[in-house]
Structures are given as C-alpha cells and as structure tokens.
Design a protein around this ligand. Sequence first.
Ligand code: HAM
Length: 413
Amino acid sequence: MKIQSVRGTHDIYGENILKFNQIKSSVSCLAKTNGFKELNTPIFEFSNLFSKPLGEQSDVVLKEMYTFEDRNKEYLTLRPEYTTPMIRAAITNNLLNDLPLKVFGIGPMFRRERPQKGRYRQFNQINFEIFGSNDFIVDVELIVLADQLLKKILPNCKIKLNLNSLGSKNNLLDYKKVLSKYFNQKKNHLSEISISRIESNPLRILDSKEEADKSVCASAPIINEFLDEESRKHFDDIKKSLDYLNIDYVENNKLVRGLDYYCKTVFEFKTTDLGTQDTLLGGGRYDGLIEVLGGPKIPGIGWAAGIERISMLMDLLEENSNIIHIAVLSERHKHYFLKLTKYLREKELSFYWNYKYNIKKSLSKANSSKAKILIIVGEKEENNNFYTVKNLISSEQFELQLEQITEFLNDKF
Ligand code: HAM
C-alpha cells in the first residue's frame, strides 16, 4: 500500500520551509516593534465557538469545517480561523482586564475547500488582533502594519489594498433586506448558487465569481448608502489618514468579506500575480463579537494573511546560515573535529559537514551551497594544534588556533 498525503494538504520542506521561516521571523520582528504579544491557541475548539460568530449561512460553517464527535459526545472543530479562538483565549485567561490588548499568532487552519493553486485544506495564517479600542487610528495602525509587512516580504509584487465600510450591525441588516429584494427582482439572471443565497446570505452574492452574477451585482445597491453618521465619519477618517500616509487603496463597495462577524471597516490586500485565489490578507472590525462570545462589551479589529499564498510570490532572501563548511581529511581526526564543532556550537556559529572524509567532495558541497568558509581538519592541523581556515571568496588561507576563529570571522563577515 502506498500511503499518500491527504488532498489539500502539503508537506513543507526545502526552499518553502526557508521562506516560511523568513516570513515568520519578519512577522515576529514586526510584532515586537509594534507591541503585539504572541498568543497561541489549540488547533481544536468546541464547535459552537465558530458556528454562530462566523455565520450559520457562511461557506465556512455550512461546508468547510472539520467537525467530529469526541468520545464523550462533545463536538469539536479544527480551527478554520484564528480570531474567535484568540477571543476565547483572551476571555478564558482574563487577558481583557488590561486594555487595549494587542495579540498576534501564527499557525495552521483547516477548511474543507476545493483544493486549487493557493487554496488548501490545511494552510497557515499570520493573525493580528487589537481588542478594546473604537478609535479609527487603530484601524489605520493595523492596515499600515499589513502594508509594511507585505512590502517587506514581497517588494516586487503588485498588491492593491481594497477598502470598504459595512457600517453598524443595524446598517448591515437594512442593507441585506434591500439587497435580497433587489436580487429577487433579478432572480432570472443569477446563477443557481446565488439564487439559493438570496434570503440566507445575499452579501455573499456580491463576492460571486460567476460571470452571470457579476453583471447583476454591478448595478446592485451599495452599502455606503446605508452607513449611519458615526460609521461614515469613522470610514472618512481612515481614508484621510491613509491619504496622509501615502498608502494606496481602492474603495471597493462590493467588498463584504466571507465571515459574518464584521462591521464598519473591512479590507483586503489583493494581487494580480496569483490567479483566482488573489487575496493575500484580509480583515476588519468586529465590534460586538467579543460580547457574543461571553466577554465584555468591547470592540475589536484584526487581520489574517495566508503564509502559503505569500510564499508562492516570494523570492528567497539570501540565507546567511551555514557559511562555514568543514572538511575532515581522514577518520583519524574525528576527535579533533569534535573539538572544533563543540567550539563552534558554543559560539553559536552554524556549520555544515557532509559526513565524508574526502576534501574534493567537501569542497564541491561547500561551493554548491555558497559557503563562505571552509575549515580543514587533517594531520598537519592536528599535529600542530591549529585549523586551516580557507576564505572561499578570496581563496586566502590561514592557520588559526581554535580561539582565533571567532575573531577572524567577526573581522571578515
Ligand atoms: P479570511 O479572509 O478567511 O479571514 O482568511 C485570511 C487569509 O487566509 C486569506 O486572505 C488567505 O490568504 C488565507 N486563506 C484563507 N483560506 C485559505 C485556504 N483555503 N488556503 C490557503 N490560504 C487561505 C480570516 O480568516 C479572518 N479571521 C481574518 C481576520 C482576523 N479578521 C479579523 N481578524
């Protein structure tokens, strides 16, 4: 029997794991400089954490959650997203006593979607959330953070920030009613899937990729006409700040997002370089959600980005690890070699050895891996208590005692 990986999952190795780690370290660095604390949650939760907040009629809840009955008859779900588990964790651990709370997390999510390029059943998300502030400045801060992260990791990519406001929950309710009425009138021109959503989830039709639906949506009423005074001002303030900061965006009045918990600001960073799965990062405000989950009546906002989608567009930054390769000339020098590696480890200098007592093979491996230094361990070296350190860039060679190696490397690299 040949065992295969599950459809929609993928193993991460080689260049991809390097890209993943580079993304993660950029995220951790950005989080640190912006005062976000890491918060990790389990990958499964009680199912009822997700169904209501994400929306009983959302695609994720209707058909994409991996839910199973545990032996004690409780229903558990592999997390399809990070926002609700983060809120749950903040409530469970009393983290909401000191507000605002700024948290971030990186980890796998699970959705039973139809797999295609950029769409997986297990994928990894970067997630940033701020709990406890209504101030529009927080929306701006999170958008700028997302913009800076994407620009840093994908400097050559065409990425556009799409921005919209859904207004308050009441504005949305009014809008949904009007939208259902409009789509009912145009029923004959809509795709079958969209007809089934007219009453249950009319917003989702605006997101449809079906050609027939797109032309009906083009003349559909837009949410912006339903915004109350406060929501309109909040949205205007955000746009003014982005203009002030020279951050490019398009106002996209069809942008509604796929999850039910959003209100006011919603945004997505999209690219034309990735095919149909073109959203790299998405998020928005979810005032009211924390209360629904049993927490205090405080607002919240955040975003998540897909690591797989980002890494597909990313060029590998030059790796600075394993600049040192070691060549051991014969088995007789194993102990002298071990002395060297113990020293390098103590100094936290990363090194590589190919387990072959053959200078030609060691040199060729060092060259193909773009190593900068080759340390040779042989008879002459052991008898005279030094190591031959060869600079592979300049071809210069030095005989150095163990303690001189760090100084030499610090000087040259
Ligand atoms: P989302 O738009 O469902 O939002 O997902 C965010 C990002 O995760 C997407 O833009 C995409 O890059 C990635 N993603 C989603 N599904 C897949 C998939 N099947 N395969 C690969 N990548 C995928 C959320 O999850 C919200 N929780 C974001 C948020 C945080 N809103 C407020 N705070």
